[in-house]
Structure formats: C-alpha cells, structure tokens
Design a protein around this ligand. Structure first.
Ligand code: G3P
Ligand code: MG
Length: 231
C-alpha cells in the first residue's frame, strides 16, 4: 500500500495564504505538513501552472478564462498577498527545497486532459528526484496519459462519489489510491477499497473530530485547508 502522511495540505495551507501560491506551500511546511496537494492546468502557451479554477476571477485580480492567457500574461496578475500564479516548476522546486511530498492533481480544461498530463509529467519528471509525486485527477484522459508516460508513479482516482464501476476504473488507470469527497464516503466503501489493496484519501476535512472518524474507518489521509488543526 502507498505510504502517506495522515494530513495533506490542501492547495498548500489555503486557510492561511492565497491558495496554490508559493506562500501557501511555504506556510504548509512551516506548519509541519509533510505533504501538499495542488492543482495543475495549462496556460495558453502550454506551460503547466498551479491554479484551481478555470477562470481568474475568484483567485486573482484578473477576469475570464485562465487557459486563453499566456504565462507572461498570467504572471502579471496578483494572486493575493502580492503572489503570482506559480508554474509547476516553481512549486516543485519549493516543495523539494522544503522536503514536502506532493500530490499533483491534474485539473485540465475540458478536452485538455491528455495535453495537461503530458506537459505536467514532462516537467515533473525532469525536476523531481525524491519520492515520486502522487498523480491524481477527476479526468480520465489525464489519468490514462499519466499511466502511459510515467507508469511507475503512483496514481489516485479522484471522485466526488465512489462510482459502482470503481474496480474497472482503478484497473484501467493502474491506480493505487482513491480520493473521494469525505461526506459521500461510507464505512463500507472504505472497507471495500482497502480490501482491494487501495489507499483511501478524503477531501476536504477541516474538523479534527471528522478526521479522526475517517482515519478510524480506514482512510489513510485527509486533505485539509488548515493542516495544523489536524496535526
Ligand atoms: O485532490 C483533492 C481535492 O483537491 C479535489 O478537489 O476541487 O479541491 O481540487 P478540488
Ligand atoms: Mg485539488
């Protein structure tokens, strides 16, 4: 089974710093986090960047779609507290320097799953030398390409609710883990996943009591916006 710390900083420590920024990942490390999660998508010129939404409005002073802007255009925006939208390369460098393990979530624009996975894995493979990143996605094209390009790197199937066909999906993408929305995840489902040899992760859990119940149920790791609350 995959070895993971019980708490993974969600988008860094996004309760304390603008999400998915270098400041947020540094903050997660300062708080004692051993692992962080972040979201990877592509700029218009094909550079993997770390940003959650497909539009700029919520997290920057810009407006409109992210994927139609070049990296140079994106870098002119304020992502909060004077931070810029980081490239995947910048985030991986910081994580390596701070000893943070990573869960790289591929978060492609519609139809860009394969291209996003190819570009992200190429950058990551060129930079990362420690424990391989856990690669996850809701996007099946992205998971398929991740398997093709870096077969040895662990993959996690991301779902909101566990679909009935999870055994097929896990087999198709060679996943070693499944990550699900914590409210939809029953004890019976966790037991079935564990019995199939899969590591189970749950998002996003910010209350210690809830995290404890999930850990006791067989969930290995939870994603948390304020990791110090659970550590
Ligand atoms: O990877 C877990 C979690 O990050 C998935 O949902 O929307 O926060 O990327 P979201
Ligand atoms: Mg995510």
């Amino acid at each position: 089974m995959l070895t993971l710390p019980p708490v993974i900083g969600h988008r860094g420590a996004c309760a304390h710093a603008p999400e998915n920024t270098l400041l947020s990942f540094a903050r997660a490390a300062d708080l004692g986090c051993a692992m962080v999660e972040f979201d990877v998508r592509l700029s218009a010129d094909g550079v993997p960047i770390v940003f959650h939404d497909d539009t700029l409005d919520r997290c920057t002073d810009g407006r409109g779609p992210v994927g139609t802007r070049t990296l140079a255009e994106l870098k002119r925006l304020d992502a909060g507290c004077g931070q810029t939208i980081p490239t995947l390369a910048e985030v991986l460098a910081l994580c390596a320097a701070r000893g943070l393990a990573v869960n790289m979530e591929l978060k492609p624009d519609r139809g860009a799953g394969a291209a996003t996975a190819r570009a992200a894995l190429e950058v990551a493979a060129g930079l990362w030398s420690g424990v391989p990143p856990l690669v996850s996605s809701f996007d099946h094209d992205a998971l398929g390409v991740a398997r093709e390009v870096m077969p040895a790197w662990p993959r996690s199937l991301l779902v909101e609710r566990l679909p009935a066909q999870w055994p097929d999906l896990v087999r198709r993408f060679g996943c070693v883990a499944v990550a699900a929305y914590h409210r939809g995840l029953s004890a019976a489902q966790v037991a079935a996943l564990n019995a199939a040899g899969l590591t189970v992760l749950a998002y996003t859990v910010n209350r210690p009591g809830r995290a404890r119940r999930l850990w006791n149920r067989g969930v290995t790791a939870v994603f948390c916006d304020a990791p110090e609350r659970l550590l």
